[in-house]
Write a protein that binds this ligand. Structure first.
Ligand code: 1HE
Length: 275
């Protein structure tokens, strides 16, 4: 049945994840909080940080059921560390981008849903990271930009695939060509942001959502993370067929059977309008 959503205090993890010096990783019951921890550089993502993100997401503690990602300091993330954008030959540049893809694929298609808590700058690769998460919470201070256009480069961390799927290609094109920046409310209107909070309240909201998600059946979380985005890309006929397979697999787990029985016996919550 449902894993109880523990609200014990967050405590630092041990082992491999504790050694990732650009991340601060803590756990409370089934919820793991990963904080980008390079505030002096506005959490700009250098080669080490992208590798550490990859390592963290493929080595989450076995009992993790949801992850919250946030940034230390006044900004979520300033994107690619431009000081490392040294002369790379074409092959090296492709491999560099592919390294980001591997890391952010580990976020999007990992073991458990990920909630990004956004504040301050969410720009370039920072927006690409946020777009890899299943849910985004934005504080008032959050703003979204793709300065690649001004820097003479292009997105390389999966942005061209993931960001248009959230905000639409026309808005992303505008951001990249004109340097347009969206605020948190625009982010919400345009499909980037799922939840809005005042400054300072994003993390609590993200953790609250993570605890709810942690109470879901793992197979449902898996289906939402792994089947849904693939079905969306399929033809309707293939999508419907794949949906049937996924639905049958999900409903035939003992956990689903327990949950269905609990509802039929009046032991489970009803669907109610939220305040
Ligand atoms: C950096 C970076 C960075 C800050 N790479 N060092 N991203 C950008 O083009 C965004 C560039 N950054 C900014 O526009 C601003 O820094 C912020 C709006 C994010 C923050 O402003 P602020 O006033 O709080 O901080 P700051 O004084 O600009 O920066 C503090 C330090 O962080 C400073 O270093 P310091 O040694 O002089 O103290 C900055 O140089 C450093 N810093 N951002 C390196 N991005 C896979 S492709 C993805 C492609 C992209 O992501 S392109 C977008 C790059």
């Amino acid at each position: 049945m449902t894993t109880p959503a523990s609200d014990s205090p967050f405590a630092p993890v041990s082992g491999l994840l504790a050694g990732l010096d650009l991340l601060q990783i803590e756990q409370s019951g089934p919820v793991v909080h990963i904080r980008l921890n390079r505030p002096a550089k506005r959490n700009a993502i250098n080669d080490t940080l992208v590798a550490q993100l990859h390592t963290a997401f493929v080595n989450l503690p076995a009992d993790t059921r949801a992850v919250v990602v946030s940034g230390a300091g006044n900004h979520f993330c300033a994107g690619l560390d431009l000081s490392e954008l040294v002369e790379r030959d074409i092959h090296g540049a492709i491999l560099h981008s592919r390294g980001w893809h591997a890391a952010f694929d580990a976020v999007q298609f990992g073991k458990v849903p990920v909630i990004a808590v956004l504040h301050g700058a969410v720009v370039g690769g920072g927006l690409e990271l946020a777009a890899s998460c299943q849910i985004r919470v934005a504080e008032d201070s959050a703003y979204f930009g793709l300065p690649e256009g001004q820097r003479g480069i292009f997105v390389g961390g999966g942005g061209s695939v993931r960001i248009p799927r959230l905000m639409g290609m026309a808005r992303m094109t505008d951001m990249m060509l004109t340097g347009r920046v969206f605020d948190a409310d625009q982010g919400e209107r345009y499909g980037v942001v799922n939840y809005r909070t005042v400054d300072g309240a994003g993390l609590a909201k993200g953790i609250e959502l993570a605890r709810k998600i942690a109470g879901n059946a793992p197979m449902t979380a898996f289906a939402v993370m792994h089947a849904l985005p693939r079905i969306v890309e399929m033809s309707p006929a293939e999508g419907l067929f794949t949906e049937s397979l996924m639905a049958a697999a999900a409903s035939n787990t003992p956990e689903a059977q327990d949950r269905l029985r609990a509802f039929l016996e009046g032991r489970a919550g009803k669907v109610v309008k939220q305040p």
